[in-house]
Design a protein around this ligand. Structure first.
Ligand code: SAH
Length: 206
């Protein structure tokens, strides 16, 4: 395979992005990792997390690993490759950086309230600052920007499957469940919050 400067830059940016997203996702987990202990310490309600969502999360972890494969050992996977013009790969690199920033911004703003599963934890607080001032699901928006850009950055069509899975299962199915959960937990406060924010795009001034 011809490893030109475009391939090298794409792989370096992808590596930095994957490592930093991974770091911030873990960094926020201050609670005990052991499930038994978690249940003791923080009354968690995971009844919102269905087996289907668990399967989807496993699938998404596989794509995360596949992204590392693209960075570290792509040579055997030429079957995933598509030919795209260089300028689109540059767009992909810039978009991946943007997506990374949005994801990390949202993760850091949620702080202890962040969780990879749908759950309400002891002392859970409704976050309405940072990107949550304008949209209710900035992390999901960041992920869509990231995945879409990663298709271009890597020039691997397989990540288009990731995009489809993410949009269908996370943006459509999970988001509506998540809002039900937050509505049930925070009631009127969340209802009011919904009036001033958009789901994925900021609300235009009334
Ligand atoms: N959908 C959000 C957050 C994804 S992380 C986004 O795209 O930015 C999922 C966890 O975040 C869920 O367990 C939920 O309890 C929590 N969550 C979602 N919105 C929240 C908010 N505004 N304040 C506090 N926690 C929130």
């Amino acid at each position: 395979m011809d490893v030109g400067w475009m391939e090298i830059s794409a792989r370096i940016i992808a590596f930095i992005s994957l490592m930093s997203i991974g770091y911030y996702r873990r960094g926020n987990r201050k609670y005990p990792r052991d499930n038994e202990k978690r249940r003791e310490k923080k009354q968690i309600s995971t009844r919102w997390e269905s087996p289907l969502m668990k399967a989807v999360r496993v699938l998404m972890s596989l794509f995360y690993i596949l992204a590392f494969v693209f960075v570290l050992y792509p040579e055997p996977f030429d079957i995933f490759k598509i030919e795209i013009p260089d300028y689109l790969r540059v767009v992909g690199i810039l978009g991946t950086i943007l997506g990374t920033v949005v994801i990390i911004w949202a993760t850091r703003t949620l702080g202890d309230n962040f969780s990879p599963v749908l759950e309400i934890r002891e002392g859970h607080q409704l976050v309405t600052k940072g990107p949550y001032r304008w949209v209710r699901h900035p992390m999901y928006v960041g992920n869509v920007i990231w995945i879409l850009s990663f298709i271009l950055l890597s020039a691997w069509w397989i990540f288009a499957l990731y995009l489809i899975i993410f949009v269908v299962f996370i943006m459509i199915i999970r988001t509506s469940k998540e809002e039900q959960m937050l509505l049930e937990t925070f009631g009127k406060v969340y209802e009011d919050y919904m009036k001033t924010t958009g789901c994925f795009f900021p609300k235009l001034k009334k």
